[in-house]
Design a protein around this ligand. Structure first.
Ligand code: NAP
Length: 337
């Protein structure tokens, strides 16, 4: 376990804003984690876990508490009755896990290539892309329960996975230590999304997990800003799901509005609303803007503050609501005391 003091959260998050964290404790395993939580308790400080910081908005005031990060990145593989199980540490890079699976010709993660963040963060919001969600492959999640002090294995069915959601979002006392996934040796490409169909129609090779992963990364790199260059957390908002009735009403006003039936209604691409209904592609206010290539993505320039981002996002949400009646929810979560 290593402890650092007074670490700027701007350096630990991809939006690159946020004040100082009093302590950052890097843990290797549950023993370290137990010590880190005791360290926080002894000082009457709150604690929070941080992955790669790619989906959080850190407060300008910083965090007067203990930020727990995981330092190990092990991936192990075991085979049983035609299925292959991969287990990866919470601290492993998600995209490295996707590459590992693809290099072993394993199917299941290829459409999720290029998503930033750690393995430990992936189940929290049930990351998804191009028709796949991480819940489709998760066998179980190994957690440390900070209330009971025990390590527990939660099978997929006990994780309450839903669209960009899971029980881990609501229960901060469950700290994810590692994730086990079931992958297939025999799989088939899932090319239902337009971005992938276009590339398949252009004759590109999309026949293996490796080939699909590389095309998905290329699509994403054209659409989403480079985290090493821009201050961004990818999609800032969730794509909203609205009732069939609300969708019907909007469709009368905006006949081109795409809609995708889901369990809870009709999923609407927010980018369409921002771009075609509100004409906000590239919209800027001070140091914050909507990304030109994909307006659901918010970009913070150097010098931006969390407060500025917060009010910009509120303003966007208000405009969407005023024009369409849609309540947008943030995908990015606040990191504060
Ligand atoms: P996109 O592909 O333009 O899709 C925009 C919206 O339309 C999404 O809600 C998407 O649903 C839906 N959609 C598009 N084609 C669909 C189809 N054939 N069937 C059902 N729903 C469809 O989105 P994008 O912004 O360029 O992002 C690319 C992919 O990365 C998307 O799947 C997006 O959700 C995903 N992504 C995920 C995260 C994350 O997990 N945190 C962050 C950024 C982007 P889905 O959302 O269900 O795909």
């Amino acid at each position: 376990m290593t402890i650092r003091e007074n670490v700027p959260l701007a350096a630990l998050t991809t939006l690159k804003v946020g004040g100082v964290a009093r302590y950052v404790v890097s843990c290797e395993d549950e023993r370290d984690l137990t010590e880190a939580l005791a360290f926080a308790r002894d000082r009457s400080l709150p604690w929070r876990v941080l992955g790669a910081g790619s989906n959080v908005l850190a407060a300008d005031e910083g965090f007067e508490g203990v930020v727990v990060v995981f330092g190990t990145e092990n991936i192990t593989m075991r085979e049983e009755e035609g299925s292959v199980f991969l287990t990866a540490d919470a601290g492993a890079s998600w995209d490295k896990l996707v590459s590992y699976a693809a290099e072993h010709a394993l199917w299941g993660l290829e459409n999720l290539a290029g998503i930033p963040g750690t393995v430990g963060a992936a189940p929290v919001q049930n990351i998804g892309a191009y028709g796949s969600e991480v819940k489709d492959t998760i066998e179980s999640v190994r957690v440390f329960d900070a209330v009971s002090g025990e390590v527990r294995i939660l099978p997929n069915a006990e994780c309450a996975f839903a669209y960009r959601d899971s029980r881990f979002k609501r229960d901060a006392s469950l700290v994810i230590l590692s994730v086990s996934l079931t992958l297939q040796k025999d799989g088939a490409p899932r090319l239902g999304y337009k971005d992938l169909l276009v590339r398949a129609d252009a004759g590109e090779d999309l026949s293996t997990p490796l080939a699909i992963g590389s095309v998905v990364r290329d699509i994403r790199s054209r659409k989403f800003p480079d985290l090493s260059v821009f201050g961004t957390a990818g999609s800032f908002f969730k794509n909203p799901t609205i009732s069939e009735e609300a969708y019907g009403t909007l469709k009368e006003r905006y006949p081109d509005l795409p809609g995708f039936p889901s369990e809870k209604g009709i999923k609407v691409p927010l980018a369409f609303v921002l771009d075609r209904v509100l004409d906000l592609r590239g919209y800027r206010e001070g140091n914050v803007s909507l990304f030109e290539n994909q307006p659901i993505v918010l970009v913070a320039d150097e010098g931006a503050t969390a407060k500025e981002i917060d009010s910009f996002a509120d303003d966007i949400a208000r405009r969407v609501h005023d024009a369409t009646g849609i309540e947008v929810e943030r995908e990015v979560r606040n990191f504060s005391a």
